[in-house]
Design a protein around this ligand. Structure first.
Ligand SMILES: [Zn+2]
Length: 242
């Protein structure tokens, strides 16, 4: 190859490489943190970001050997999806006569304001035991305790999940504020801990889109700072340390 041609070919390859690097997945981008990015998922069956997906698959394989089928009910969720959940709940509570303030308090017992869900990050999953019958709502605390169908799964996860990087954000700890206890929700700590740190540095008052969001006018800066302290930071200590 002619030296000049060789040089120009290697240079253009170099620039293609640095270009693809610059558009590479950045989990810390504001868009992705708010559920508005284009997150590439590990697989159809494991809708999580790549690293959490790999770790989940390993855990799932081990659990299966011990008779527990880790089935994902919900993994990655976009802003749009979270908004439809929020609006549906808001309209339902409104029809039942709740004031906007009470309505929002009721929704945030278990659900997040769109843009603030840990499910946006591709690090968090809601799981059940797929070998057990599914009747009605599955993500119900009682079903994970006592004689409930997902009790064995909870006990297995308590013993093994942390080895794979998965922790409960919404524990039973009564000192914890914010969202209620969710025995089905696990978070992949190696990625979600630094993401939480980055997320808490965002100016949510500027970034949150409340157009078309039911009750959006009640999400004042005062309310948002309360929500950040109590709800966003109201996770288990094991998911806050860096
Ligand atoms: Zn969840």
């Amino acid at each position: 190859m002619n030296r000049r041609l060789f040089l120009s070919t290697s240079l253009s390859l170099l620039s293609i490489n640095s270009y693809s690097k610059s558009i590479k997945y950045d989990p810390y981008s504001t868009k992705l943190l708010l559920g508005m990015g284009d997150l590439s998922l590990y697989s159809n069956n494991i809708p999580l970001a790549i690293d959490p997906g790999k770790a989940f698959e390993k855990m799932q394989t081990q659990a299966k050997k011990e008779g527990i089928i880790l089935e994902i009910v919900s993994g990655y969720r976009s802003y749009v999806r979270q908004k439809s959940i929020w609006n549906r709940k808001y309209k339902f509570n409104k029809a039942a006569g709740l004031s906007p303030k009470k309505n929002i308090s009721k929704i945030i017992e278990y659900s997040t304001i769109p843009g603030t869900s840990r499910h946006h990050w591709g690090t968090d999953v809601d799981i059940i035991d797929g070998s057990k019958p599914k009747e009605g709502d599955v993500l119900v605390t009682e079903k994970f305790h006592g004689k409930g169908p997902y009790s064995e799964l909870r006990i297995w996860m308590k013993r093994h999940a942390e080895k794979y990087g998965f922790y409960l954000p919404y524990t039973q700890n009564t000192n914890r504020k914010g969202f209620y206890y969710e025995p089905w929700h696990y978070s992949y700590a190696p990625l979600s801990i630094p993401l939480l740190k980055t997320f808490t540095q965002l100016d949510l008052n500027k970034l949150l889109i409340t157009d078309g969001l039911e009750g959006g006018t009640h999400l004042t800066p005062e309310f948002m700072s309360f929500y950040l302290e109590e709800n966003i930071l109201g996770v288990s200590d094991s998911l806050k340390k860096i």
